[in-house]
Design a protein around this ligand. Structure first.
Ligand code: DOR
Ligand code: ZN
Length: 346
């Protein structure tokens, strides 16, 4: 007998769509299974002002395939020059759903990010007042901090002080990768949420480094030890309400990944829902997949969950295409490295 699973249509609370030819190629991969996504603003140049976000939103809508039902939820890229009034107005008009904080130099296209948190304190205060979520890339960038420790150190040295100084600020810890982040989230109050990616639920750092370097598993924050992956799975599948799916699906061309200085990013949009069904089934928590993928995110963002449904079916091993083609060159699809028996059928 086929096993089927029907869920409210999921949303992706952290997604990179890029622009131009890449946008046109990757957008259908998300629009197929997801109703909405929080769109990351780290373009070159970044999406900094309400005017930038309006124009980017138009380009995304224009790139949607015929008949697609997908709503991009826009974000602004926080800089030390961000005007609090522009942020508040952009949120009040419904244009943006959140603001993104990249510590300068933490990751892809983060050069315009924040160096000195004091300089954006007026923005944090205006956001707290207006209830606007701050999506945080939580890694310190100091050269002396080991890359595997950068998330835990950020929580202690940067995030916790920001939250103490601005108690009403609503924060999403993006793409958490450590047991430390899971613990910090659990003890945070209603103003603290977190996203977890598909790949961080499936790979640990050995997948990147054992038996040869695997650039397609490299992203930031980098995958950690197995015990951290286990903590993430435990949290995601537990039914805890303030954690939700953010794929961080981040396309780079195969050539720019397979390079002497390969880009960070895992492109998982195409396979996320089958992979998540596999992870949740293995944890004996298929009944909690809907909370993680379709309910907890809208609840945190104070939006209604989607009315439409998707259906997943369990059957023969899913054949995952190795890549999608784009005018800029092929983009390799996340390989979960294990048989996936689920597929989205409707
Ligand atoms: O791996 C990553 N890729 N992490 C990020 O934070 C950014 C993203 C990208 O834009 O490629
Ligand atoms: Zn990201």
């Amino acid at each position: 007998m086929t096993q089927t699973l029907t869920l409210r249509r999921p949303d992706d609370w952290h997604l990179h769509l890029r622009d131009g030819a890449m946008l046109r190629a990757v957008l259908p991969e998300s629009a197929r299974d997801f109703a909405r996504a929080i769109i990351m603003p780290n373009l070159v140049p970044p999406v900094v002002t309400a005017a930038d976000a309006t124009a980017y939103r138009e380009r995304i809508l224009a790139a949607l395939p015929e008949g697609a039902s997908f709503t991009p939820l826009m974000t602004l890229y926080l800089t030390e020059a961000t005007d609090p009034a522009d942020v508040v107005a952009a949120h009040a008009s419904g244009l943006i759903a959140a603001v993104k904080l990249y510590p300068a130099g933490a990751t892809t296209n983060s050069a315009s990010g924040v160096r000195d948190m004091d300089r954006v304190q007026p923005v944090f205060e205006a956001m707290a007042e207006a209830g606007i979520p701050l999506c945080v890339h939580g890694e310190v960038t100091r050269a002396e901090i080991d890359i595997f420790d950068r998330e835990a150190v950020f929580i202690e040295e940067v995030l916790d002080p920001i939250r103490r100084r601005t108690p009403g600020l609503r924060v999403v810890m993006e793409h958490i990768t450590t047991a430390d982040a899971c613990a910090y989230l659990r003890q945070g109050g209603d103003n603290l949420g977190a996203t977890i990616t598909t790949h961080h639920l499936m790979i640990n750092r050995n997948h990147i480094l054992v038996g040869g370097i695997k650039p397609h598993y490299y992203c930031l924050p980098v995958a950690k030890r197995e015990r951290h992956r286990e903590a993430l799975v435990e949290l995601a599948t537990s039914g805890f309400e303030r954690v939700f799916l953010g794929t961080d699906s981040a396309p780079h061309t195969q050539a720019s990944k397979e390079s002497a200085c390969g880009c960070a990013g895992v492109f998982s949009a195409s396979v996320t829902m089958p992979c998540l069904a596999q992870v949740f089934e293995a944890a004996g928590a298929l009944d909690r997949l809907e909370a993680f993928a379709s309910l907890n995110g809208p609840a945190f963002y104070r939006m209604a969950p989607n009315e439409a449904r998707i259906t997943l079916e369990k059957g023969e091993a899913l054949v995952i295409p190795p890549r999608i083609d784009t005018e800029d060159g092929p983009v390799v699809i996340f390989d979960p490295g294990t048989e996936i028996l689920w597929r989205v059928t409707g």
